[in-house]
Design a protein around this ligand. Structure first.
Ligand code: NOJ
Length: 405
C-alpha cells in the first residue's frame, strides 16, 4: 500500500471561502441591476436564444435574508476567514447619505462571524457602483478619489474594531477590460484610451484610499485583490518569451508596481494559465472546467513564485473552478494546495487561501450558468446543499494540513 504523505501548513494559516455582495445578497439596485434589465441587453440575449432568467441577478442567493444559512455553511467548512464585500449602493444609496440599515446589515454579519471565530476579510469594492455614482461617470470620473475615500473612511470607521483585513479593490484589471474594452460589463464601452485612463484612475484612487484607511485605522491590514495569470512561453521560443515579458509587465505587474508602497499584503486572485505560442491562449486544454477554462494546477505555484519579489505577505483571496458536478473540484483543491505548499517551502510568504466560492452565485456576464460553489443553491427555494468537495476542504481546514494518498 502506498504511504500517505502529510503536508503541514504554517500555524495560523488563514483558510477561507470567498463571495461578493452582488453575487449572493439579492435585492441590490446599482449600475449592474439597471443594465441587466436594459432593453438593449434583453434584446441581445433574446437574439442569442438565451434563457433570460439565467442572466438576471434579482434575489440572487438571497443571502441578505439568509446570513444564518451562509454561516452554517462556513461553520461546516470550518473556515477561519470569510471574504465578502460591502455593496456600496447598500450603504450609500444616495450621494452624501449613508444608510443606517445598510451599515447595520454588515455589522450584523461581522458580529456573527466574530462570534464564531471567523475572521472577516472585507472587500470595499467588488464591481457594481451606486446609480448616482455611475451617472457621474463612475471610474472614468476625476472625482472618484473623493467619492471613494469618503466611502472607505466611513465603512472602515464603522467596523475598524472588528475588521482587520481590508481589500480595497477587487480585480480592477478584469473589470476595466470587460467594462471598457470588450463592453461586456457596464458601462459597456469599447475604447482603448478610456480603458487606459480608467486603469490609471484605479491606481490613483487605490493609493489615496490606502492612506485614508490608515488615517482611520492605522493597524488595519490593507491590500488589493489582483487577478494574476500565469503566462507561459511555449518551449521558451524567443518570440514567445518576448510576448510573455510584455504580458507579465502589463497584466501582472504594472498595477502592483505602482502600488507597491501602499499595501500591507498582496491579495491574489488566480484562475488560469495562458500559454503563448506565436499568439496567446494556446493552452493544451487537457482538462477544462464548465466555463471552458483550462484546469492546470501548477499555474498557482508559478504566480505565487512571481510575487515573491514584492516581499509582502500574500493571501490567496480567490481561486476556484466552475464545476457543477464536482467532477474535478475535490482533486483540483488538493492538487493546487500541493503547489501552494511547495511555493511556501520555496519562500513565498503565503498566509492564507480563500476558495471561490462558498456558494454557487451570479457569475456576472455568464449569469447563473457557472457553478463555482462548495454549496449548490436551489434557484427557487435557495436551499444550500454541500457538494462532496466541501468535505474535502473541511478536512484540510480542520487539520491545517493536506493528506496525499
Ligand atoms: C473573479 C471575480 O472576482 C469573481 O467575482 C468571479 O465570480 C470569479 N472571478 C469567477 O469568475
Amino acid at each position: 500500500m502506498a504511504k500517505q504523505k502529510i503536508l503541514k501548513f504554517p500555524p495560523g494559516f488563514l483558510w477561507g471561502a470567498s463571495t461578493s455582495a452582488y453575487q449572493i445578497e439579492g435585492n441590490n439596485t446599482n449600475d449592474w441591476s439597471e443594465w441587466e434589465k436594459s432593453p438593449a441587453r434583453l434584446k441581445h440575449l433574446n437574439k442569442e436564444g438565451k434563457n433570460l432568467d439565467d442572466y438576471i441577478c434579482d434575489l440572487s442567493c438571497n443571502s441578505e435574508e439568509r446570513l444564518d444559512e451562509d454561516l452554517k455553511c462556513l461553520k461546516e467548512l470550518g473556515v477561519k476567514s470569510y471574504r465578502f464585500s460591502i455593496e456600496w449602493s447598500r450603504v450609500q444609496p444616495e450621494e452624501g447619505k449613508f444608510s443606517v440599515s445598510g451599515i447595520e446589515y454588515y455589522r450584523g454579519l461581522i458580529e456573527k462571524l466574530k462570534a464564531n471565530k471567523i475572521e472577516p476579510f472585507v472587500t470595499l469594492w467588488h464591481y457594481p457602483l451606486p446609480l448616482w455614482l455611475s451617472k457621474r461617470g463612475g471610474w472614468e470620473s476625476g472625482e472618484m478619489e473623493k467619492y471613494f475615500c469618503l466611502y472607505a473612511k466611513k465603512v472602515v470607521g464603522e467596523y475598524k474594531n472588528e475588521v482587520r483585513f481590508w481589500t480595497v479593490l477587487n480585480e480592477p484589471d478584469i473589470y476595466s477590460g470587460f467594462a471598457y474594452l470588450t463592453g461586456k460589463f457596464p458601462p459597456n464601452k469599447k475604447n482603448l484610451f478610456t480603458y487606459l485612463m480608467v486603469i490609471n484612475n484605479f491606481i490613483r484612487v487605490y493609493k489615496k484610499a490606502y492612506l485614508a484607511i490608515k488615517e482611520v485605522a492605522p493597524n488595519a491590514q490593507v491590500g488589493i485583490s489582483k487577478h494574476n495569470i500565469y503566462f507561459e512561453a511555449y518551449k521558451n521560443r524567443p518570440i514567445n518569451v518576448i510576448l510573455k515579458k510584455l504580458a507579465d509587465w502589463w497584466w501582472n505587474f504594472y498595477f502592483l508596481n505602482q502600488i507597491k508602497n501602499y499595501e500591507d499584503f498582496i491579495g491574489l486572485n488566480h484562475y488560469r494559465r495562458n500559454t503563448i505560442n506565436y499568439g496567446f491562449n494556446k493552452n493544451e486544454n487537457k482538462i477544462v472546467s464548465d466555463f471552458g477554462w483550462e484546469v492546470y494546477p501548477k499555474s498557482l505555484y508559478c504566480v505565487l513564485i512571481d510575487l515573491k519579489k514584492y516581499h509582502k505577505p500574500i493571501y490567496i483571496t480567490e481561486h476556484g473552478i466552475s464545476d457543477s458536478r464536482d467532477k474535478y473540484r475535490p482533486w483540483f483543491i488538493k492538487e493546487c494546495l500541493k503547489y501552494v505548499h511547495r511555493a511556501i517551502a520555496e519562500g513565498a510568504d503565503v498566509k492564507g487561501y480563500s476558495h471561490w466560492s462558498l456558494l454557487d452565485n451570479f457569475e456576472w456576464a455568464a449569469g447563473w450558468t457557472q457553478k463555482f460553489g462548495f454549496y449548490e443553491v436551489d434557484r427557487k427555494t435557495f436551499k444550500r446543499t454541500a457538494r462532496p468537495s466541501a468535505k474535502v476542504y473541511a478536512e484540510i481546514c480542520k487539520n491545517n494540513q493536506l493528506v496525499i494518498d
